[in-house]
Design a protein around this ligand. Sequence first.
Ligand SMILES: [Zn+2]
Length: 247
Amino acid sequence: MTMRLLALGVGDAFSARHFSTAFCVEAAGRWLLIDCPHPIRKMLAEASLKAGIPLDLDAVEGVVLTHLHGDHASGLESFGYFNRFALGRRAQLLAHPLVSHRLWEGHLAAGMEHLLPSAEAEPVEMGLPDYFELSSLDEKAPVPFGPFTIECRRTIHHIPTTALRIHAGGRTIAYSADTTFDTSLIDWLAPADLILHETGYGVHTPYSALESLPLPLRAKMRLVHYPDELEATGDPRPLTEGDLLTV
Ligand SMILES: [Zn+2]
């Protein structure tokens, strides 16, 4: 069995050229979304059309969340609403407990905590379980989800954030998520068949650090979350929206 990866967005939070970074992985015909920026449905439609495999959100069985920054999580409100009202189901959401700790009261509640049953009725109070079925990722043990097994590891970032290793059928896709350059994280990502690594300014990972990694590692690494000004001349090279990679 192979895995596939579809790039939905590749930019950083400030990009004028790209959607924020997110992607889908597929195994045995089942799709899992990794992070959920706004406008996630349009991102999926455009990327999948470009790749020649048109997909809508009904094909996405769950979302793995790396952290709560808006460029990774701003699409969760519409994702939750679309799943409830258009698809008639709760959205499956997987995240480390430190990542999801303030998901409702610190992120989603302001826009989702009340619903009007009708124009004349009083608002009804809603909660996270009305929209999402939340499963915890665990740094100590892989978590199964459909054909996938998901591992996570904390990164060095402003708020709780986890890198990911997603396994299926003996293949592995790894994602740094947002992080500073961290050689222990690089070692954790290294065994994967495909590595997506962020790059950027400030506390993000400078491209120069990734460019100096050993070639066999760089050759299976693709850049995401990159600034518009990035000039990458060799490996690792940037991923592009609509790229469909077989792993
Ligand atoms: Zn971030």
